[in-house]
Design a protein around this ligand. Sequence first.
Ligand SMILES: NC(=O)c1ccc[n+]([C@@H]2O[C@H](COP(=O)([O-])OP(=O)(O)OC[C@H]3O[C@@H](n4cnc5c(N)ncnc54)[C@H](OP(=O)(O)O)[C@@H]3O)[C@@H](O)[C@H]2O)c1
Length: 324
Amino acid sequence: MQAVQISHFGGADVLTLADLPVPRPAADQALVRIQFAGVNYIDIYQRTGLYKNPLPFVPGMEAAGIVEATGAEVIEFAVGDRVAFAMHPGAYAEYVCVAWQKLVKIPDSIAAEQAAGSMLQGLTAHYLAHDAYPLRVGDLALVHAAAGGTGGLLVQMAKIRGSRVIATVSNEEKEQRARSLGADWVINYSASDFSMKVKELTNGRGVDVVYDSVGADTFANSLTCLRPRGYLVLYGQSSGPVAPLDPGVLAGMGSLFLTRPSLAHYISQREELLKRANDVFSWLKQKQLLLTIAKKFPLAKAAEAQEALTSRKYAGKILLQMPR
Ligand SMILES: NC(=O)c1ccc[n+]([C@@H]2O[C@H](COP(=O)([O-])OP(=O)(O)OC[C@H]3O[C@@H](n4cnc5c(N)ncnc54)[C@H](OP(=O)(O)O)[C@@H]3O)[C@@H](O)[C@H]2O)c1
């Protein structure tokens, strides 16, 4: 099978197309023929070695495809089922073996590319809005990078939950996109100090929660946007990792809460995975949730696909399409 392999950590040039044997499923695994794989920041952190996988490895943490074979202990799935998964490695390949407990069935009404594109970011937006900080009707949330993959879905889910959303983006085109997704107010954080604007918009009160995926460039000002006892959900670092913090700072700024969650811990129970995926697929079907596929690249162009993700030029999901 064709697969992208990483033999040493580094830039996009370490993504090498290789001819590898089709893996054989263990007793609890299904062999999945991948149709589309999602391209995510975690793939880049694993490529550069910020997150250290044993070498060599096939990157890619989400995909959609078709079950081609099953191990003896697999239940719930059979050959021919359309399936998707997130937070399991090996998606930049034509085939991957996945433990059945990590798979979800794709409803007939959902296209494979929508399923592939909505797993990692969609399940993330779901746990952020429902569990990391459970949004309530009338809450005021600040969502950074709101025209981006996770941010765009999070804005929509926050609106489904009846919250009000202040969004940040870096240019006018993305401003329009954030508004079209339902943001009530949009701030261009490249052009002005977003924390000042948030203070103005909230008459000095601050927001109930900040969802921060940007990290280094936004973290300090995100804290200043919170009301006393507000929540900072730092879930990413697209501008770089955040420096260590003295917890005393949180007391001084109003007994703030800080969490640094990871999707893996919010889908580790199968019931949680199924509930989140079911909600995401239902909202996609009912068109309550819009998932934009920004661009599809062939597997062989994985390096270009990752560079597209970090370029900041695209709004929506970047996918890899398998050769057959
Ligand atoms: N913890 C979790 O469970 C979890 C799950 C999914 C993703 N994440 C993390 O969340 C972050 C965003 O992931 P995503 O997939 O949703 O990406 P994304 O939002 O689609 O893309 C990143 C966005 O960040 C903004 N940005 C601000 N400063 C940037 C910079 N210096 N370089 C690049 N982009 C910058 C850009 O929007 P503007 O141009 O509008 O600023 C860009 O569109 C990543 O760090 C990812 O690892 C974490």
